[in-house]
Design a protein around this ligand. Structure first.
Ligand code: HEC
Ligand code: HEC
Length: 365
């Protein structure tokens, strides 16, 4: 049954690749590229993100951008001679994991043929070379530019703190600006929040553009990227769905985490107002606020109560009977009598079985 299924998919791919001659629309392609943007950059100064930068893609050997960590599968394809052109790109983008089994690209694929045609046209506008022979010198140039870019960054900034005196004169004092850039934690009571504001409605497009590729349009998650919404009342289930809404006790963690770490691969790229709007939108996805005009700001941040807050209690172990007055902890021969094996890990079934298809994809649970 499965084999037949595969054959049908392969036939579908062939159709896609033979009809690329239809009208191409660069502007529509730019819109489609929003689905890739979380992971790929194009244009001036494009850097590798979660995925490799896609300038000069046409004529590029698969898996060949230096410094990017590709999957073994992608590198092997390149070694076998796979070069990106209209046809190979169409096949990869329509079903990434069927075309390159074991690819690390956690992307389900573009279903509409016209999307593939248009995105191909859009990506072509960032490609100067048409074949591998022409592409090679281009790549060299970009590399040289990148290396030049690095040099000034490594120099100490003019306003850096003084050299430390100390016994060995090592290091230097940190500057107030360096501390400010690092000291961004926010306490549950809101201490440390930057000034700013953002509404649910403002958060939605920011979320769609920067987060939905991994976390899904409604926070339901794509593939095995983390789920951000739902799961209410599942905490006592065998497999609880722990999300911001069902599990997290403090809203400050959402703000802090998103500002510090997201979007994955492009962290610290959001403004404080963006993060307020996104935090408001995540509350909305979790039905914690219901009004699209709800505005979250440094002023009303403390008013939001998370559904699971009450289930987090201060650690009072020291006072519990089991721990109190125990004296020194036992460190050797604590259990009288011989050790008895009561169960084996294999029987307990704690080792997940890979199904092959998704090996190496996402790997986040
Ligand atoms: C969730 C992140 C993610 C998304 C979304 C994504 N990609 Fe990728 N892409 C990757 C990763 C990671 C790789 C490297 C794959 C590997 O090594 O197997 C990759 C590889 C590629 C490559 C091969 C490049 C090379 O140097 O060989 C192309 C082409 C590509 N992606 C195009 C796209 C396009 C176009 C889209 C949107 C329609 C897209 N990707 C969406 C993460 C992503
Ligand atoms: C390329 C994929 C990707 C994109 C895009 C992305 N995230 Fe994430 N996100 C992740 C991964 C991976 C984790 C888990 C990281 C970890 O556990 O170290 C995560 C974790 C989170 C968490 C914590 C979830 C939990 O329950 O632990 C939040 C909240 C979050 N992301 C919000 C966002 C927001 C908001 C955006 C957009 C600004 C965004 N993410 C964009 C991949 C992504």
């Amino acid at each position: 049954m499965w084999k037949f299924h595969r054959a049908i998919i392969a036939a579908g791919l062939f159709l896609v690749s033979t009809s690329l001659t239809q009208a191409q629309d660069v502007a529509a392609g730019e819109t489609v590229f929003k689905k890739c943007k979380a992971c790929h950059a194009v244009g001036d100064g494009a850097k590798n993100k979660v995925g490799p930068q896609l300038n000069d893609l046409f004529g590029r050997t698969a898996g060949s951008i230096e410094g990017f960590k590709y999957s073994k599968a992608m590198v092997a394809k390149g070694e076998e001679g796979l070069v990106w052109d209209d046809e190979s790109l169409a096949q990869y983008l329509s079903k990434p994991r069927s075309f390159i089994k074991g690819t690390r690209m956690a992307f389900a694929g573009l279903k509409k043929e016209e999307d593939i045609v248009n995105i191909t046209a859009y990506l072509r506008t960032f490609s100067t070379a048409e074949d591998a022979a022409e592409a090679a010198p281009e790549v060299e140039e970009t590399k040289a530019e990148v290396e030049q870019d690095k040099v000034p960054k490594q120099e100490e900034p003019k306003d850096a703190g003084k050299r430390s005196a100390g016994k060995f004169g090592l290091g230097r004092l940190v500057t107030p600006m360096e501390i400010a850039a690092w000291d961004i934690d926010i306490r549950p009571d809101g201490k440390g929040l930057p000034n700013g504001r953002g509404t649910v409605a403002e958060g939605e497009p920011i979320y769609t553009e920067n987060c939905a590729a991994c976390h899904g349009d409604f926070g339901e998650a794509v593939d095995r990227w983390p789920v951000l919404a739902g799961g209410l009342d599942t905490l006592t289930d065998d497999r609880p769905v722990k999300t911001v809404g069902s599990y997290w006790p403090h809203l400050s963690t959402v703000f802090d985490y998103v500002r510090r770490a997201m979007p994955f691969g492009n962290s610290r790229s959001l403004t404080d107002d963006d993060v307020y709007a996104l935090t408001a939108y995540i509350l909305y996805l979790n039905d914690i606020v219901e009004d699209e005009d709800f505005e979250l700001s440094s002023e009303n941040f403390g008013d939001v109560v998370m559904p699971n807050a009450a289930n987090f209690i201060p650690d009072a172990r020291e006072a519990e009977a089991h721990y109190a007055n125990k004296g020194d902890a036992c460190m050797a021969d604590c259990k009288p009598g011989p050790v008895e094996i009561t169960m084996r890990a294999r029987v307990l079934d704690v080792t997940p079985e890979g199904d092959g298809e998704n090996d190496g994809v996402g790997n986040i649970d």
